[in-house]
Design a binder for this molecule. Structure first.
Ligand code: GDP
Ligand code: IMO
Ligand code: MG
Length: 429
């Protein structure tokens, strides 16, 4: 057996949660391998809607085991809220959720650091979700982090105190008034208290050496799907640095985020929206500032699942998709939110960029989109309300033409076209 991977090819929010949930019946194990509560994965079925941040999107299927891998960073406060939300919604969370002992913890002072660093950047801010992602991964890499397995250690409180003190030294340098910064509606001191109480919830979860769990699962023939968070264009190495997240969001992240050898990676499912969105700062060559952009935002309900911020919207960007397909070795594509384009007369698709007087198809090094002009091809829209068809053949010819046009440029088959947020609004080709 090999580990299949599903990951975002754009700037996140492609619809990963929906498709992981749709694919879960085919898999025994669903595993998150990177990121943390900066993610917001939406799943809709039976008129219910759930947004997950840390827990894999396989949790709604009773037969699946869900693993939070070593590459993920976990905030006890956030995961406790998430588990409560699921249980209130009638979803079982117990032995079907495993947590790697090697996953790192997000401390309250990581969130404070995130906030003061962002504030100090002024106009150059990253537009972080302020969940403490950058500072927590920084501590991991600088060998100062605290891990899930450390919670059980006798010296945990002392290690927490030392980390806190180290963070506070920096926080006070940036912001004297840090006590007034609120997290989830709580001023810092109260938030820290709630965070500490939430540790007990984390203690109650089933913890594993996840690399052995994965290896044993593969050896016993269990099928595994790795669920990416964020998107390829936000990858720490290959995204538009510094306007990126702090983990490897690409297929390579599966290897170190779960302990999977490269030769054990199987299919790589690349998921993209039929247009583009981005939250936070950073280059976005096809961004629209006109009525079309507003229409995409309104019809696509493009507001962040984690922060509620309006998402920046634009036309589909094929050079960016080609780049992502190259980096991930994508074997199959899934096109999401095609229904959002139902009302458009014409659709633009960027096939190249004009940059420094030349036409290019590669993503340039520069971390701003100033000077990058997309070159568009215009395609006819389908102007039809497509309601609940599962039959690809019966779709309007303009929609099929849009799919073939993209496929032709990318050279990878589009196997799923999604026509709505619900599980059932999924068309297989
Ligand atoms: P993720 O982070 O990749 O899991 O995506 P998000 O959940 O942040 O954002 C995707 C949004 O689009 C969610 O609100 C989904 O419910 C919704 N969605 C997913 N697929 C479709 C689709 O095909 N059409 C429409 N209209 N909405 C979709
Ligand atoms: P999912 O998994 C969209 C963006 C933030 C910001 C940058 C850095 O739902 O697709 P961070 O909080 O990581 O320090 O923010 O990355 N970002 C996301 N954008 N979807 C996400 O996750 C994101 N996670 C982070 O908006 O620009
Ligand atoms: Mg999201």
């Amino acid at each position: 057996m090999k580990v299949d991977v599903l990951l975002g090819l754009q700037w996140g929010d492609e619809g990963k949660g929906k498709i992981v949930d749709v694919l879960t019946p085919k898999y025994d194990v669903i595993a998150r391998f990177q990121g943390g509560p900066n993610a917001g994965h939406t799943i809709e079925f039976d008129n219910k809607k759930f947004v997950l941040h840390t827990i894999p999107s396989g949790i709604f299927n009773k037969n699946a085991t869900n693993l939070i891998g070593n590459g993920v960073i976990i905030d006890p406060f956030v995961i406790r809220k998430e588990i409560n939300m699921l249980r209130t919604g009638g979803v079982e969370v117990g032995d079907n959720l495993l947590v790697s002992k090697k996953a790192h913890l997000i401390l309250p002072t990581h969130r404070l650091l995130d906030a003061v660093y962002e504030k100090s950047k002024g106009k150059k801010k990253i537009g972080s979700t302020l969940k403490g992602i950058g500072p927590a991964y920084t501590d991991k890499v600088s060998r100062n982090g605290l891990r899930i397995g450390d919670i059980e250690r006798g010296d945990f409180d002392e290690r927490y105190r030392l980390a806190r003190e180290r963070h506070m030294f920096i926080i006070r340098h940036y912001e004297k008034d840090f006590e007034t910064i609120e997290f989830d509606g709580l001023p810092f001191t109260e938030y820290e208290k709630a965070w500490t109480e939430a540790l007990s919830g984390l203690r109650a979860l089933k913890k594993v050496n996840s690399e052995y769990f994965i290896d044993n699962s593969l050896k016993s023939g269990r099928s595994i799907l790795a669920e990416g968070a964020q998107g390829t264009m936000l990858d720490i190495d290959f995204g538009s640095y510094p306007y990126v997240t702090s983990s490897n969001t690409t297929a390579a992240g599966v290897c170190n985020g779960l302990g999977v050898a490269p030769r054990n990676v199987g299919n790589v499912f690349g998921i993209f929206k039929a247009y583009c969105t981005r939250v936070g700062s950073g280059p976005f060559p096809t961004e629209l500032f006109d009525n079309d952009g507003q229409q995409l935002r309104d019809i696509g309900r493009e507001y962040g699942s984690t922060t509620g911020r309006p998402r920046r919207c634009g036309w589909l960007d094929l050079p960016a998709l080609k780049y992502s397909i190259m980096l991930n070795g994508v074997t199959e594509l899934m096109m999401m939110k095609a229904d959002v384009l139902n009302e458009f007369d014409r659709l633009n698709v960027a096939t190249k960029y004009e940059y420094q007087g030349r036409q290019i198809e590669e993503i340039p090094f520069e971390s701003t989109s100033i000077g990058i002009k997309p070159i568009y091809e215009s395609l006819a829209g389908w102007k039809a309300d497509i309601d609940h068809t599962n039959n690809y053949g019966s779709l309007p010819k303009e929609l099929k033409n849009y799919v073939s046009f993209i496929e032709g440029h990318l050279g990878v088959p589009i196997k799923i076209v999604s026509m709505g947020p619900d599980r059932t609004q999924t068309i297989y080709r």
